[in-house]
Design a protein around this ligand. Structure first.
Ligand SMILES: *[C@@H]1O[C@H](CO)[C@@H](O)[C@H](O)[C@H]1NC(C)=O
Ligand SMILES: *[C@@H]1O[C@H](CO)[C@@H](O)[C@H](O)[C@H]1NC(C)=O
Ligand SMILES: *[C@@H]1O[C@H](CO)[C@@H](O)[C@H](O)[C@H]1NC(C)=O
Ligand SMILES: *[C@@H]1O[C@H](CO)[C@@H](O)[C@H](O)[C@H]1NC(C)=O
Ligand SMILES: *[C@@H]1O[C@H](CO)[C@@H](O)[C@H](O)[C@H]1NC(C)=O
Length: 488
């Protein structure tokens, strides 16, 4: 952080204040193809008085069969994060997006954490992602500087409770349906959008909340407060990370400032994925499996289905992989697992836009905690985007009207599903129970659809499909019927 006392003393005695010359190191090595999807740690010593670390990575056959990710751990070490206290030595990750970065006490390359540079053994982490049969010859050039510093990074997280009236409230009247998006990237990982551009896009689409979710880094979550107040005081900007493992990606949503979630494990590792989900749940967040059937390398889901609260069944523009996700989600609902369907635009760069699809949640106030609670309770539905809306409920003899996410104590016999829509005329409303599709109708503008539920249905949910190409336009989470046994 600062020049050491002895250096300062010598400098003041001689009257010459000159920074020590930078220390340069070049480290090289070879990675065997068998090491693909593991992590290789390259240690180096950081001296007292170091005020900047620059790392430049290069390797053989880049883009010609070889791909090597990049990140760094500081003197706290690279051991796996603890599931209970979340301690980590992680100081940044840029995957395959960057080949160099700088860390100083006052600023760092996006994706890397600025702050104190403590002496000790640091480790560059190399993540072989793809390899030719010949393997990867790598080189890491490190330059450590000793210039004096007089400014220090200030944490600037966004406010995640924009509803002071509802601070801790439990009144039902405080519930509000909020439109938002749980999944987007910025230049803090592999996006081309700046945080300001993502905020501008969200405002132009009338979203009430967005979550930044850069890959394996907390760095965007730590600076958004700089823009929230001046650009979008009414936009809830929540904190998430897209936890990018070698067995698929998952969303850690509703994090604290500076919270980072472990990503280095494979299926079956202990500690591994389960411990990492505890890190999210421990601090009050929810977890979601992202684009489980995506076809990019290591993007499809290979971890378990036992520790997620939600599934991103609709990622960016509707496509056949999303159809597989909806099918998987439906199968889990049928098996009795009350997991919540959410959407995510995964917007990285123009022309992709956040809010495509939009997730609408019934939240107790406009706060991160309220939104997390809503998702965990299944109070959410999905829309393709602006200009569309729906209202879905179930009326049951002698019981209050049930809304999306509600669990009715009793059975579905005699219950009626009621659907009203906006901006969806001409398209197909599909009513679905645990037995599958039981009623389809073309939506006539302004006209509500009432449909009796099949006797014995365990749940009912809605899909609205494009009348022309059957693509998804809207989807609700279910209203559940817990059966008479649960009735007390
Ligand atoms: C977190 O737990 C680990 C053991 O799992 C321990 O080594 C470490 O000191 C703890 N850190 C803090 C800040 O409590
Ligand atoms: C360092 O990274 C920046 C930004 O990604 C890039 O423009 C620059 O060319 C890189 N420097 C070297 C020496 O490769
Ligand atoms: C946002 O809301 C304004 C005011 O209600 C409306 O004029 C505009 O069309 C909306 N924009 C979108 C993209 O829905
Ligand atoms: C209703 O629409 C869905 C989705 O297009 C289709 O799979 C199903 O076969 C239809 N069911 C009926 C009864 O028409
Ligand atoms: C419905 O599908 C048609 C044909 O693919 C497409 O042109 C149209 O834009 C879609 N409508 C909506 C609302 O997405």
């Amino acid at each position: 952080m600062k020049l050491s006392t002895s250096t300062l003393l010598v400098a003041s005695l001689t009257g010459i204040v000159s920074a020590k010359d930078p220390i340069k190191k070049t480290l090289t090595g070879h990675i065997d193809p068998s090491q693909v999807y593991s992590f290789v740690y390259v240690p180096f010593d950081v001296e007292v008085g170091t005020t900047s670390i620059y790392v430049l990575q290069s390797y053989s056959d880049k883009g010609k069969g070889n791909a090597l990710d990049l990140g760094i751990f500081d003197q706290r070490g690279y051991q796996l994060m603890d599931a209970h206290n979340g301690t980590s030595g992680s100081r940044g990750w840029s995957g395959g997006f960057r080949n160099n970065f700088t860390i100083t006490p006052s600023w760092a390359t996006p994706g890397y954490d600025p702050g104190a540079i403590e002496p000790g053994t640091w480790n560059v982490v190399l993540g072989p992602y793809q390899s030719n049969p010949g393997g990867i010859d790598w080189q890491v050039d490190i330059e450590m500087g000793f210039d004096s510093v007089d400014t220090f990074f200030e944490l600037a997280p966004a406010s995640v409770n924009l509803d002071p009236i509802c601070n801790g409230c439990t009144e039902d009247k405080a519930f509000d349906w909020l439109r938002g998006d749980f999944h987007m990237h910025t230049v803090y990982s592999d996006g081309h959008y700046t945080p300001q551009e993502q905020i501008t896009n969200a405002l132009s689409r009338n979203l009430s909340f967005i979550f930044f979710s850069d890959h394996n880094t907390d760095t965007s979550n730590n600076i958004i407060g700089r823009y929230q107040e001046s650009m979008a005081p009414d936009l809830l900007i929540g904190r998430a990370i897209e936890v990018t493992t070698r067995e698929g990606h998952w969303q850690a949503v509703g994090l604290n400032p500076e919270q980072i979630i472990e990503w280095r494990y494979h299926a079956g590792d202990n500690p591994g994925y389960e411990a990492a989900t505890h890190q999210v749940h421990r601090t009050g967040g929810f977890t979601s499996v992202n684009h489980p059937f995506a076809t990019c390398g290591a993007c499809n889901w290979g971890l378990d289905w036992d520790h997620n609260d939600a599934i991103e069944v609709w990622n960016a523009l509707w496509d056949p992989q999303d159809q597989l996700s909806v099918q998987k989600w439906h199968d889990l609902l049928v098996s009795g697992k009350m997991t919540t369907a959410i959407g995510g635009s995964d917007a990285h760069s123009f022309p992709a836009l956040n809010g495509l699809p939009t997730t609408v949640v019934k939240s107790r106030g406009k706060s991160q905690a309220g939104i997390v609670e809503a998702v965990k309770a299944g109070r959410a539905y999905l829309l393709e985007g602006p200009g569309m809306d729906l209202d879905f409920s179930v009326t049951t003899p002698s019981k209050p009207t049930a809304e999306i996410g509600d669990k009715v104590k009793g059975d579905a016999n005699g219950a009626t599903a009621v659907l009203a829509t906006q901006g969806l005329a001409g398209h197909k409303a599909c009513f679905i129970s645990d037995k599958g599709y039981f009623f389809n109708a073309t939506i006539v503008d302004g006209k509500q659809i009432d449909q009796k539920l099949p006797n014995g249905a365990k749940f009912v949910r809605i899909e609205i499909r494009n009348g022309t190409d059957d693509g998804m336009l809207a989807l609700t989470n279910p209203v559940w019927f817990l059966g008479t046994k649960d009735e007390l």
